[in-house]
Every structure is written in structure tokens, then in C-alpha cells.
Design a protein. Sequence first.
Length: 138
Amino acid sequence: MQLTRLIYCSKLCPLSTGSIEKILESSRRYNTSNAITGILLFNGTFFLQCLEGGRIAVNETYCRILHDDRHIESVLLSYETIDRREFGDWAMGYVAWTKDLRPIIRAYSITDEFSPYQLSGSSALGLLRELSTKVASC
Ligand code: FAD
């Protein structure tokens, strides 16, 4: 079973009644049973998420996520086999949005607005790696 990392971004569905807490709760429950770890950034509009784990588990999880109508316009930014996990400490680490993140965002973006659709796969990974020091809880 190949260890795999997948990074995607998406946008909150304007009609969604779900909350980030509910998303995190089910993500952590499912990810723990599927040996998936990762990190999620949400700024109130956009999601940027990394999933790491076995190839089949990562594919099946992303497939469920794609069909989730709480978000829209999902774009795959990176998919690769890896030698080790970057975010192995969290069933789904959550980075809550604060203005203190802007300098980190700016380092990976054209402006300090968070616009994940403009990130390359390697920029997305670099950004999430830096943001992992800000993970609130897991
Ligand atoms: P069910 O729980 O049966 O849900 C079916 C559908 O009902 C969902 O697709 C959704 O459209 C809707 N729904 C479910 N719960 C709610 C709710 N509380 N409020 C409103 N609508 C709801 N799952 C993971 O396993 N791992 C992850 O890392 C992960 N990350 C996610 C990140 C984001 C940004 C989003 C939006 C979802 C994420 N999920 C994750 C949740 C995933 O999409 C599935 O809901 C979950 O995996 C359970 O799958 P299921 O087929 O049992 O769906």
C-alpha cells in the first residue's frame, strides 16, 4: 500500500447549513478509522486540505469529500506518493483563520488575500507546512 498525499481546495457552498465543527468531527472520526492524517485551513470562504494515508483510503475519502454538498468547486492541487507524512500528528489538524496568518499567506501568494486556486501543488504544501505550527486542536 503506497503512502499518498492529496491536496485540494474548494469553496464553502453559500447554501450550506453545515458548520466547520461538524465537518471536523466527522473528518476526525472517519480519518482515525482509515489511518488518514492531515490538515485543513478554512477562512470562512475557502478550504485548503491535505490528506495523507494509504492510496486507496485517500482516494475513497476524497471521493466522499467531492460529493459533499457543503462545499463546491473542488480543485485537485497535488497528488503524489510520499516516503513520510508531513501531518502525521493529526486525524485532521485545523488552522483557524486569523489576521496573523496574512504574512504567511503573502509569502505564497500574489497578495495577502487567501486565494488557494492560484497555488501550485508545492506552494500549497509549503503553505500548509508553515501553517501546521498554528494548528488549534485535534
Ligand atoms: P454522510 O455523513 O452520510 O453525509 C452524506 C452527505 O450529507 C454529505 O456528503 C453532506 O453533503 C451531507 N451532510 C453530512 N453531514 C452534514 C451536516 N452536519 N450538515 C449538513 N450536511 C451534511 N470526511 C472524511 O472522512 N475525512 C476528511 O478529512 C474530510 N474532510 C472534509 C472536508 C470538507 C471541506 C468537507 C466539506 C467534508 C469533509 N469530510 C471529510 C466529510 C465527507 O465529505 C463526508 O461527509 C464524510 O466522510 C462521511 O461520509 P458519508 O458518505 O458517510 O456521508
